[in-house]
Design a protein around this ligand. Structure first.
Ligand SMILES: NC(=O)c1ccc[n+]([C@@H]2O[C@H](COP(=O)([O-])OP(=O)(O)OC[C@H]3O[C@@H](n4cnc5c(N)ncnc54)[C@H](OP(=O)(O)O)[C@@H]3O)[C@@H](O)[C@H]2O)c1
Length: 343
């Protein structure tokens, strides 16, 4: 019998994390897996135990706890916060301790994002700059100031030093409402980040909004297919760790199609009109006051972020859903968010 593989999940109640954890619970080898999760809501932690997960109550700021849980794990799946350097440093201390004890580097599947690829288009232009996840030399050109990059660089250094094997998953705009037993049990966040943010602000202002002219381009991937990737990656590592790129050669972009911000906002506008929440489908530009109010002054949603998922596909990941599916998912999400906000 092979020894039990100890997993530590960071962000288990999240949109991505819960979808991934659910798939690991259903893995054919799951009887050999032990799952631990760091959960900040004690009621959720209690409920997680009913699913056979050792849920420890705590926050990303509990440095010693994060370090200890990481040190005890063979595999860490992190879908917590791609920008939390403190959390990352705590995990890396844990990996180092684990390595000093066992002499074997643990596996670190870290969720970054294609936010690292962004420019400053402010919705006014598209770009021809396309980042290839199978080209480490190109990825290395990303500026250290790019979103998520400070965290990624810290992890890259740890991988280089050899005490952890790090794999960077870079989802693009993930869409679709998460589903499954954790959502049904009220344990998981079922909404993504970008499109729901546009929907909520559009509902608030009574018209779909966009940054600038909405000409900027982002890629998209469905939540189920994004979550499937983590399993494909894990299986590939388990089958032959030396055949799977890690560290500087370990970037995996998740996308299967692209959209302009305008396309998305237009679709939100259509749904708002159908629900009687707006009188025009046509999106308008967020004023500077609105950008300040809704997005903390950031034009992030007006950036371009373009990539190729060549490396992700090379390990056997085969996403099927396209931009058409993405745009079709927006109407139902507008309805759901409008209902939940009793608007
Ligand atoms: N969604 C996307 O389209 C997308 C695309 C690319 C990259 N990403 C990145 O992936 C990461 C996860 O995204 P997501 O959409 O899954 O977000 P999410 O649904 O908000 O999940 C975040 C998870 O982290 C937990 N968490 C946050 N702060 C915590 C703290 N201080 N202590 C303990 N737990 C904490 C949350 O717990 P609670 O349930 O208690 O809040 C939740 O489990 C983010 O960094 C995001 O930038 C997301």
């Amino acid at each position: 019998m092979s020894p039990t593989l100890k997993f530590f999940f960071v962000g288990a109640t999240g949109y991505i994390g819960s979808s991934v954890l659910e798939r690991f619970l259903d893995h054919p080898d799951a009887s050999n897996f032990e799952f631990t999760a760091l959960v900040r809501d004690p009621r959720k932690a209690e409920k997680f135990k009913q699913f056979g997960i050792n849920a420890t109550v705590g926050s990303f700021d509990d440095a010693q706890l994060v370090e200890d849980l990481t040190a005890a794990a063979d595999v860490v799946v992190d879908a917590g916060n791609a920008d939390d350097l403190g959390l990352t440093k705590s995990m890396l201390r844990g990996f180092k301790r684990g390595f000093q004890k066992t002499g074997k580097p643990s596996t670190f599947i870290h969720t970054s994002g294609t936010g690292v690829l962004v420019d400053d288009a402010a919705g006014l232009r598209t770009t021809d700059v396309i980042w290839n996840d199978a080209d480490p030399d190109q990825i290395e050109q990303l500026p250290p100031t790019a979103p998520h990059r400070d965290v990624d660089l810290e992890i890259l250094q740890a991988d280089k030093e050899g005490y952890v094997r790090a794999y960077f998953v870079l989802p693009s705009t993930i869409y679709g409402m998460a589903s499954g037993k954790f959502v049904d049990a009220g344990l998981a966040n079922k909404h993504s980040v970008q499109v729901p943010a546009l929907i909520k602000t559009s509902l608030d202002r009574g018209q779909a909004g966009m940054i600038g002219k909405g000409l900027n381009i982002w890629p998209n991937v469905h939540i189920d297919e994004a979550a499937d990737f983590y399993i494909e990656l894990f299986n590939a590592i388990k089958a032959n760790p030396d055949a799977v790129g890690h560290g500087r050669g370990g970037f995996y972009i998740l996308l299967n199609g692209e959209h302009t911000l305008y396309d998305v906002s237009k679709e939100i506008g259509r749904a708002l009109v159908a629900l009687g929440k707006a009188t025009t489908e046509v999106p308008s530009t967020y004023t500077q006051e609105e950008v300040n109010k809704y997005f903390g002054g950031s034009n992030y949603l007006g950036t371009n972020s373009r990539g190729l998922a060549n490396h992700s596909r090379s390990i056997g990941w085969k996403p099927k859903k396209t931009t058409q599916d993405f745009l079709a998912s927006i109407g139902p999400e507008v309805e759901e968010i409008a209902k939940s906000k009793h608007l």
